[in-house]
Design a protein around this ligand. Structure first.
Ligand code: ZN
Ligand code: ZN
Length: 602
C-alpha cells in the first residue's frame, strides 16, 4: 500500500474492508484479493461463486451500513510470516496467501499484519484480512459511501488466470462532498469528448484507417481551422515565420537528433526505399533546426522564430489510446525560437504571454506550470552532462517564471534530456485536469546540429532553442475544449453559428436573403425550411448546440421587401446559452454576431 496517507485514505480503505466483510457475509466461500483506496474511494477484488449483478449493490450497501452502525473496532495483530501464510491458507484465502508468499520472497519480512473487526459490546470477531493498514479506529468513522460499479479484473494483472470481480465505491466525509462528486461524474459523462464528438459530428475513427488515427468530420474541421487561424494571427503578431516540412524523413536525421535509437519504440517502424530507411516524423524539431541552418545567421537575425502546424506520428500502445486525447497521428502547434543567451528571458516571457492570452480566450482560469529540473544523479545518463549549463539555464527559467507572475512549482529530476522544461496543466470547467503542453529550453541540440550565428565580435556561437506548443496538438486541444465547453462552443468556434427557421413557406425567401447576407460576411449560417414543425426544428438545433436560432415569421417579415437584405426586417433570436428569446432588427443581430466572432468572445 502507498505510503502517503491522509485521513481520507484510511477512511476509504476501511470502507473497502467493510465491503469485503459484507461480501463474506453474503458469500462465505468468497476469496479476497486486493482492496486499496483510490482517489475518490476504493475498490476490492473478489473471487465469488457467482457473477454479481447490479441488484447486489444495494444489498451490500445495506449490510455495510449495519456494520458501520455497530462501530466495530479495527484491531491490528501480527503473526510470524510462515504462521500468517498458514493462517490464510486454512481460511481458504488463496489470493492473500499468495500475496503473503510474495511479500516473504520479495524482502525480509519477519511478520505479517492483520486487521480484525470486533464488535465491542460482546468482543465478537467478525472479519479479518491481511493488511498493512492504516484504518480508522472503528467502522463508525467511515463517513458516507456509495457502491459505484462492478467490473472484471485479474489477480496481479495476469489475464491467464481466472477473472475476478471488482466492486468500486466512492467514499467521502460528508454527504455534500459525496453528492458533489456524483454530480461531477454525471457532468463528466455528459461532457465526454468521445460521446459529444459523435453527437456533434466532430470526428470519427475507422478500423479501416487504424486505431488512434482520427478522421476530422466537416464540423470538427471548422474548429481545427479556427484554432489554426487564431494561432497564425497570434504568432504573426509575435514575429514568427511560418515553415512547412514533410511527413517522412531519413532515419539518419533522427540519429543525429538523438530520437533513434532511444525513442524508436514510440516511432512507426521504418520504410525501406533506395536502401535508405525512412520514418514517419515523430517531432518537428530536427526539421526546423535544418531550416535555421539553411543559411548563415548573424546576431542581427536573432531571434529566429519558426512556426508550423506540423503533423507528427507516434506509435502509442494500443491500450493507451483514448479518443482524441491519446492518438497516433497529431497536428502540433509547434515552433522553435533560436536566440542568444541575452535574448532568452524576453523570448521566454513572450511565450508565457501567449499561453496567458489563450487561457483567457478559452476561459481557463485554473492552470499550473511545472518547472522540471535536472538532478545530479541523472547527469550523463538522463541528462546532457553539463552541470554548469544546467544550473545557469535553470536559474534563467526560474527568474523568468517569477517575473511573469504565473503559478508554478519546481520538480527536480523531470527535465528533458537537453534542458529544463515547463509542463502546463490546465483544469476544465468541471475540474478535469489535463497536461496541455510543454515549453522547453534546449541548450544541447543546437550544438549537436552545429547551429551557429556570427556574433558582434565575429565569433561563431551556438544559439539557444526554445521549443513551445501552447495550443498542444489539435487532437488534444479539441478533446479538451469539447469537455470544457460541454460541446457548446463560443460562437467563433461553433461549427454552425446561426440557424434560420422560416415558420412557413412565405417566410422562406426573406430567410434566404438573411442567410446569404450572413454568409457573405463569413458567418456560418444554415437554413432549415418548414418541412418539420418549428418545435421539432428548435429541439434539433438545441441538440446540436447551435449558438443562435433565428425564427422568422409574419411579425419578423414586416417592412421587408425582396432585395432589402437585412435593411428593414427583424428576427426573433433564440440564444442557446441563456435560453432567452428576443426580437431585434435583423441588421443589429448581424452586427452583434460579427462582433462576437471578431472578438472571439466567450
Ligand atoms: Zn486493509
Ligand atoms: Zn521541438
Amino acid at each position: 500500500m502507498a505510503k502517503a496517507v491522509d485521513k481520507h485514505d484510511a477512511m476509504r480503505h476501511s470502507c473497502s474492508h467493510v465491503m469485503a466483510q459484507a461480501i463474506m457475509d453474503m458469500f462465505p466461500e468468497a476469496k479476497l484479493a486486493v482492496g486499496p483506496w483510490i482517489d475518490s474511494g476504493f475498490y476490492h477484488d473478489f473471487e465469488l461463486p457467482r457473477t454479481l449483478i447490479p441488484e447486489d449493490l444495494p444489498i451490500l450497501e445495506k449490510k455495510m451500513k449495519q456494520i458501520m452502525k455497530q462501530r466495530q473496532k479495527f484491531v491490528r495483530f501480527e503473526l510470524p510470516v510462515d504462521e500468517g501464510i498458514e493462517y490464510l491458507k486454512e481460511r481458504g484465502q488463496d489470493y492473500t496467501a499468495e500475496m503473503a508468499v510474495d511479500l516473504k520472497n520479495g524482502k525480509e519480512v519477519g511478520t505479517l499484519s492483520f486487521y480484525e473487526n470486533i464488535i465491542q459490546q460482546n468482543d465478537k470477531k467478525t472479519f479479518v484480512n491481511m493488511c498493512a493498514g492504516p484504518h480508522t479506529d472503528n467502522t463508525g468513522e467511515i463517513g458516507v459511501f456509495k457502491l459505484m460499479k462492478i467490473a472484471g479484473s485479474y489477480f496481479k494483472g495476469d489475464s491467464d488466470r481466472p477473472m475476478l470481480q471488482r466492486i468500486y465505491g466512492a467514499c467521502f466525509e460528508t454527504q455534500d462532498e459525496l453528492n458533489a462528486h456524483l454530480t461531477m461524474l454525471r457532468e463528466q459523462e455528459k461532457r465526454d469528448h468521445r460521446k459529444l464528438g459523435k453527437d456533434l459530428e466532430l470526428y470519427t475513427m475507422s478500423e479501416e484507417v487504424g486505431a488512434g488515427l482520427p478522421l476530422w468530420l466537416p464540423n470538427g474541421t471548422v474548429i481545427v481551422e479556427e484554432i489554426e487561424k487564431l494561432a497564425k494571427e497570434v504568432e504573426f503578431e509575435a514575429g514568427y515565420d511560418r515553415v512547412r516540412t514533410p511527413h517522412i524523413t531519413k532515419g539518419s536525421l533522427y540519429h543525429k537528433s538523438g530520437h533513434l535509437p532511444y525513442y524508436a519504440d514510440s516511432m512507426y517502424p521504418p520504410m525501406e526505399m533506395d536502401n535508405e530507411e525512412y520514418y514517419l516524423k515523430p517531432m518537428n524539431c530536427p526539421h526546423h533546426h535544418l531550416i535555421y541552418d539553411a543559411k548563415p545567421r548573424s546576431y542581427r537575425d536573432l531571434p529566429v522564430r519558426l512556426a508550423e502546424y506540423g503533423h507528427c506520428y507516434r506509435f502509442e500502445d494500443s491500450g493507451a489510446l483514448f479518443g482524441l486525447m491519446r492518438v497516433r497521428s497529431m497536428c502540433m502547434n509547434d515552433a522553435h525560437i533560436y536566440c542568444t543567451l541575452e535574448q532568452f528571458e524576453e523570448e521566454f516571457l513572450a511565450v508565457l504571454e501567449i499561453y496567458k492570452k489563450y487561457f483567457e480566450l478559452f476561459g481557463i482560469d485554473k492552470y499550473m506550470m511545472r518547472l522540471s529540473l535536472h538532478n545530479k544523479e541523472g547527469l550523463g545518463k538522463k541528462y546532457v552532462d553539463n552541470p554548469k549549463l544546467w544550473i545557469e539555464t535553470e536559474e534563467m527559467v526560474r527568474k523568468a517564471m517569477k517575473k511573469s507572475g504565473v503559478n508554478y512549482e519546481e520538480v527536480p529530476g523531470e527535465a528533458a534530456f537537453y534542458g529544463p522544461k515547463i509542463d502546463v496543466e490546465i483544469w476544465s470547467a468541471i475540474g478535469r485536469q489535463f497536461t496541455l503542453a510543454t515549453n522547453q529550453l534546449d541548450f544541447a541540440i543546437p550544438k549537436r546540429f552545429n547551429l551557429t550565428y556570427t556574433d558582434k565580435d565575429g565569433e561563431e556561437k551556438t544559439p539557444l532553442c526554445i521549443h513551445r506548443a501552447p495550443l498542444s496538438t489539435h487532437e488534444r486541444l479539441v478533446g479538451f475544449l469539447i469537455e470544457h465547453f460541454a460541446g457548446a462552443f463560443p460562437v467563433w468556434l461553433a461549427p454552425e453559428q446561426v440557424r434560420l427557421m422560416p415558420v412557413a413557406d412565405p417566410h422562406a425567401e426573406y430567410a434566404m436573403e438573411l442567410m446569404d447576407e450572413l454568409k457573405k460576411k463569413g458567418v456560418r449560417a444554415t437554413i432549415e425550411g418548414p418541412e418539420n414543425s418549428l418545435g421539432k426544428r428548435i429541439r434539433e438545433a438545441e441538440k446540436k448546440k447551435i449558438p443562435y436560432m433565428l425564427v422568422i415569421g409574419d411579425e419578423e417579415m414586416k417592412g421587408w421587401k425582396k432585395g432589402d437584405g437585412t435593411k428593414n426586417g427583424s428576427v426573433t433570436v433564440r440564444d442557446y446559452k441563456t435560453k432567452e428569446q428576443k426580437s431585434t432588427k435583423a441588421s443589429s443581430f448581424v452586427k452583434k454576431v460579427i462582433k462576437e466572432i471578431e472578438e472571439r468572445a466567450l
